[in-house]
Design a protein around this ligand. Sequence first.
Ligand code: URA
Length: 205
Amino acid sequence: QRARVLREQTPGGLAELADDIRACRACPLHCHATQAVVGEGAETAKVMIVGEQPGDQEDLAGRPFVGPAGQLLMGCFQEAGIARESLYLTNAVKHFRFTTSGRRRIHQTPGIEHIAACQPWLKQEIALVKPRLIVSLGATALRAVSGPSDRLRDIRGTLRHRKDKGWSHLCLAHPSWILRLGSTEQAEQERQAMIAGLRQIQSVL
Ligand code: URA
């Protein structure tokens, strides 16, 4: 704990932070995950995307947003005219939480204790990257970015300037929720809502 506090006070660069995250044992999720999935992108990125946690494919690849939800999200970014290279991509929780059914690994939503254990890492990423805008995807990311009082259904799609923090916050749904809607009209409506939300990013780039 003391070591973690000291690191928070004397942060190095993103590479050093990534090493610290990979060595994190602050909650039990590291026991079953393949590896910690650290953030990806430039230290100078103006926009930080915060997801929930790595999924099955991200856990295996060690990179954020490379699985089905990530592909849906990247398609939305492309349609909104925003390049992946201009973003810093990370997650509220850095290890994959899952249960097993036979050989399948089934996603489990992280608990508040996992969000809390990972909070120092997200704080340090924000301190290093100094984004102008943070985009939270889904309820877990919203809690990690903004605390427990905001409700996703109340502020989804809104862009708010957080004077107290020095960055703006765009709150969006999680792409895996859209995936779960399948090939329905609602899924397409939600995908379009995601693209419309992401277009607001242009105003801070
Ligand atoms: N979902 C997330 O929230 N993050 C990822 O990295 C992948 C899927």
